[in-house]
Design a protein. Structure first.
Ligand SMILES: Cc1ncc(C[n+]2csc(CCOP(=O)(O)OP(=O)(O)O)c2C)c(N)n1
Ligand SMILES: Cc1ncc(C[n+]2csc(CCOP(=O)(O)OP(=O)(O)O)c2C)c(N)n1
Ligand SMILES: [Mg+2]
Ligand SMILES: [Mg+2]
Lengths: 338, 336, 336, 338
């Protein structure tokens, strides 16, 4: 087995302002319920685009995005519903995009793997592994040049660190002390391949050190820890002290793509899942809130609110029109400035 | 003869190559995976071991370059890219290195490398998971490029590519994996650079690549019912391509339609059209028509995909237009 | 009017862009160097500071992607690649990302990025330091590609590229850096997609790109002395290219020669030939001729380079062949 | 100033069998005199291809190649005359290649930047920075598969470590424990750019550690140290214990390309050169041999032998024929197996 929860660099008992926890819980709940709804819709063949669900990894998106301002930039990859939602992207537009509708966040040109929500700083998620890592460095460079105090975040997986341009990007960001966070969601797999089959050492956070920036490993299933660490890194970035690499240890419950569980893939997958299910980040936050004295009813209410939102979004998506095929050739170039 | 699907035929080619030549190995992202290559690599890992079927980190550049290095040292690697889109990270080793190594050293070393590049499109995958980039590589002098369209060729061209001894890009389209065809059990090669005439005809030549060949055959049936007798050439290799076969056909038919399901500008069809317009001009009785994808990134939404991809009907319209046009032209003044 | 060399004209364009728009910056390997860009970037670093003229580690992929990210965030970066050959390491960000970003998000964001790619060849540099790969990028829907041939256009197209708001690849050839031409002092744009007729003529249309334009002009002088009146079109933009200008000319002359100093197969010339053979067929009185580099990697040794590169004489021969041939054809049977 | 000679990982007083030193001295002298002759020939415009001289860096090529068997594979880059010669490549064929002659080691198709000498295991040097790093990993993979006990060496510069595929290659080699040496000649510059302008930390040898293989920093101007370290790394590789990364600290005396001294480039270049000239690896080896009791005459003799060889090679190159332009289109593909 891979060492997990072993050598985290951050305080595992991170103390955060208790008043923040309900919002973090809500954010994670929204992601969890959306993903599980989408899983059903995939099974029902209502959604047909390739879809990579982040169930089990909610704390990373929720924790990091809660540490950001609305106008901070984020970028993601193929598994980015969570990033989109945590940053505040419109749920209806997400669902409509999955349905391939003109009302989708990418107007039906992107599907699950290409999400966009400029109004909340999400400048794009794209499925070429590692592609948005240097792109986020670029938006950070823009911020530094303009002095606009924005922070950029690149969300990516452990597999992305095997692409050379990950290293190029971290080096460049370090060299220019750019306001960027490299957030690696290390879920221990790159599609069918466990991490030990892809790299010698399970030491992704050390890539920061190699390239001269702080690299921290944290429990990616503890939203308070993620949030606390992200707040520090964001503060560093915003005050001109440069980038940080966060390796968030987590695990995806669902299979690599679609709604399957991939239990056939990789010898250890079944056992691992049994080990990780109890570390459920949403359940942990829920338990934390109950401990804090929050009423179960209040939590149930959050959940039913979220459920209603999702149902509404699905209805919206179903009722929306498809893009007009006559517009196939539009949008390759922008005519006006954006 | 025995019938195999295209994917099975590829797999058989792989297995026979691996069994018969210890220098052959397979490397690439996804080769141990149950989903990246359909059934075309299924079980090879168990049959030949993980030392010869090597799944890789997500490092397209280095993985490709590693295969080049092994080839230079005398192995016969097949590097696998589950999508052409991802292979764009490996353009430097492919174009700068593999394609040049023999030339820059005056022919003292060769690069016996097969680059298997998969076109995997449709299914609402979108712009970065759908590209058919054969023309980019056809443009490069030191590469050979094949695009088998049948089960028979899928196996035979794979074996030919490995035994060629030079860098060969082998491009297969997942839309073909389920197609069936007769495939001999023994090992055999389909010569690189030789096209196949899939239907003889006298009125129009349809040159097609990859899965457009099946659409061309379908189109020919429709055209026949309308009194047009089409000759269909399955190009099979796009670099080198079978000039003689195409020129002979155009000499006979005087009309040329080229169907290649990739972007039109500077595509495979452009080269064939330009070559014919340059070297067989006198044989032409009508404009050369290209049936290609529009110059647009692949969309996701189903109705947009429907409008984006091309098939038999597009070929039929292109051919008919040449004839309608000819009638019109005949009705007007004769050509200069 | 004032005369500047091509390199000086580029530099003036850079300086004026940097001075007039705080969003403009330059990034790339070699921009602080005294030798990578000739005089075309000379002193910009001192004039505008290292914050806006950013030399980079040897990391073509990330450097290009950083520029994309800055463009998405509203800046107007010009990313500099001192050779197209090195830029092959950045094909993923260019082709998968920059070219697609507007489309995949339904036109909600644009990528105001200029990619300056230098063709730097000859001088015994060899295969990996000589490539002219414009066709690879012309093939991609979401890119515009310009190839200025004169000092005037070098400046005007650079400014147009920056203000276009979409990814534009700006390709300059070092063989042009020393050429002189008139250049206005003020900022001005040369419209992307509009060709320039460098000489009007009635017997043959010569479409040329980049430094082949000067060779075409030279060729026209020779041809004139032999009684052939050539029209010369400097394409300037290869994507989009000026179809109307080319078609109008071919309608008049009936003969077309395309000169592009890059590999022939699937090259720029192939596209223009195919387009004309498809859409202006009736205007053609002779085969379409392409004057391109042979499909061979660039050699180093001087006599091989001499045999490899093309110039005015190649254009002259290509044109003359069309006429000789026509006479022969007239002597034989008339065309069908 | 960059810290140099500070934290070397190997014993700076490496003791090697004294009988080996004359051969190492000869190898370095051959490289030095060839490079300086080529510099003159460039000035005289006899040689016209772009040429990157390695004067000052001779100890790396000489030390590493002395630790190799003839059939071990090596690969180089744009600055590889030294690698070619140290591995035993034919001097006449090198010189003829620089002259663009048909008798050149690449038959006049390569020039200085593309060298080849299969008979001594040099499978190619090519000028795309970092390109041969993963290629050498590939030849090592071939050796491992065949069990032929060959070792592969990639020679590259500090600039090459900024290319992402350097990292990809080291990771892959570590993962498969391949018999490969990554030899970085850190001459502190990538063309006009000093290392501090290109990366945050001057820590290239740590890239080995990051990717799970030993990384050592050594004095690249001490041929005995380089040799000693290479012997260990080669032994490791040959016995199946995997790759090693050697960072050899050195300095190029000449400018980036051609015969110029680049004294205008980079603020510190002039001062640095003054600092590095006394560390001349050839002079140090010469002094060491004199200390060991070797006669000055014997050393002079080596030098005049080498000089004669070089003169012969230049004559050979001058007298050789150019390639036949009719053969321009040959060699793109090999017809027969190689
Ligand atoms: C450049 C590139 N190579 C390969 C792929 C195929 N691919 C899609 S997702 C994936 C796994 C990525 O793993 P990781 O980065 O850990 O993200 P996760 O799926 O675990 O969230 C791969 C290899 C791709 N999309 N892009
Ligand atoms: C991929 C690539 N990018 C850029 C260049 C231009 N270039 C040639 S040599 C060089 C410097 C390389 O520095 P280093 O690796 O340290 O080697 P050194 O010249 O110091 O021996 C550069 C950037 C190139 N040849 N290849
Ligand atoms: Mg992962
Ligand atoms: Mg260096």
């Amino acid at each position: 087995m891979l060492p997990s929860h072993s050598a985290e660099d951050s305080n595992a008992q991170a103390v955060i302002d208790p008043s923040l926890l309900p919002a973090l819980f809500r954010s994670m709940t929204l992601i969890r319920m959306t993903e599980e709804t989408v899983a059903d819709l995939l099974d029902e063949n209502e959604i047909r685009c390739p879809t990579h669900l982040c169930t089990g990894q909610e704390a990373v998106a929720a924790g990091v995005c809660a540490a950001l301002r609305k106008d901070d930039y984020i970028f993601g990859g193929h598994r980015s519903h969570g990033h989109y939602l945590a940053k505040g992207g419109d749920l209806r537009a997400l669902m409509a995009e999955l349905y391939g509708k003109a009302t989708g966040c990418s107007r039906g040109r992107g599907g699950s793997m290409h999400l966009f929500a400029r109004e909340v700083g999400l400048l794009g998620t794209v499925p070429l592994v590692a592609a948005t890592i240097p792109i986020a460095v670029g938006s950070a460079l823009a911020s530094k040049m303009r002095g606009d105090a924005r922070v950029s975040v690149a969300f990516f997986g452990d597999g992305a660190t095997e692409e050379g341009h990950f290293h190029e990007a971290v080096n460049f960001a370090g060299l220019h002390r750019l306001p960027v966070l490299f957030v690696c969601e290390n879920n221990l797999y790159s599609s069918h391949m466990p991490i030990r089959e892809r790299r010698v050492k399970d030491n992704i956070s050390r890539a920061g050190d190699m390239h001269g920036i702080p690299g921290l490993r944290v429990d990616g299933n503890d939203v308070a820890v993620v949030y606390r660490t992200a707040v520090d890194a964001v503060r560093r970035a915003r005050s001109g002290r440069g980038p940080t690499l966060l390796e968030c240890r987590t695990y995806r419950w669902r299979g690599h793509v679609g709604s399957s569980m991939d239990l056939d893939v990789g010898v250890k997958r079944k056992d691992e899942l049994q080990e990780w299910l109890p570390k459920d980040p949403v359940a942990r936050a829920r338990a934390g809130l109950l401990d804090q004295g929050m009423h179960k009813r209040a939590l149930d209410e959050i959940e039913s609110e979220v459920r209603a939102e999702i149902e509404d979004a699905v209805q919206f998506a179903r009722n929306s029109a498809y893009p007009n095929p006559d517009e196939l050739r539009e949008h390759i170039f922008c005519l006006k400035e954006s | 003869m025995r019938t195999l699907t295209y994917a099975q035929a590829m797999r058989e080619g792989f297995a026979q190559l691996l069994a018969s030549d210890p220098r052959v190995f397979v490397i690439g992202q996804g080769v141990w995976s149950p989903w990246y290559a359909g059934t075309s690599l299924q079980g090879l890992e168990r049959e030949f071991g993980r030392n010869r079927i090597i799944d890789s980190p997500v490092s397209e550049n280095a993985t490709t370059a590693v295969a080049i290095g092994a080839a230079l040292a005398g192995m016969r690697p097949i590097v696998f890219h589950p999508r052409m889109d991802f292979m764009l990270l490996a353009v430097d080793p492919i174009v700068n290195q593999a394609a040049n190594w023999s030339y820059i050293f005056g022919g003292q070393i060769n690069v016996p490398l097969v680059i298997r590049a998969v076109i995997n499109r449709g299914g609402e995958q979108g712009a970065q998971h759908s590209q058919a980039l054969q023309a980019m590589f056809m443009h490069i002098p030191g590469l050979k490029v094949v695009m088998p369209a049948t089960s028979y060729d899928a196996k035979g061209l794979l074996i030919a590519a490995v035994s060629d001894g030079n860098p060969v890009m082998y491009i297969d389209d997942r839309w073909l994996y389920g197609e069936s065809g007769e495939v001999p059990e023994e090992m055999y090669e389909v010569s690189i650079g030789i096209a196949a005439i899939r239907r003889t005809g006298s009125d129009v030549t349809i040159v097609a690549t990859s899965h457009m060949c099946a659409h061309a055959v379908q189109a020919a049936a429709t055209l026949e019912s309308r009194g047009i007798d089409a000759e269909i050439i399955d190009l099979r290799s796009i670099k080198p391509w079978d000039r003689e076969c195409v020129f002979n056909s155009v000499r006979k038919t005087g009309r040329l339609v080229i169907a290649d399901a990739a972007w039109k500008t500077c595509g495979v069809a452009a080269e064939i059209a330009a070559a014919v317009a340059g070297e067989a001009f006198d044989d032409l009785r009508a404009p050369i028509s290209r049936v290609c994808l529009p110059d647009v990134p692949a969309p996701t939404s189903a109705p947009l995909e429907e409008a984006y991809y091309i098939g038999a009907t597009h070929i039929v319209s292109a051919v008919e237009e040449l004839f309608v046009r000819n009638e019109k032209a005949l009705a007007a003044k004769p050509r200069r």
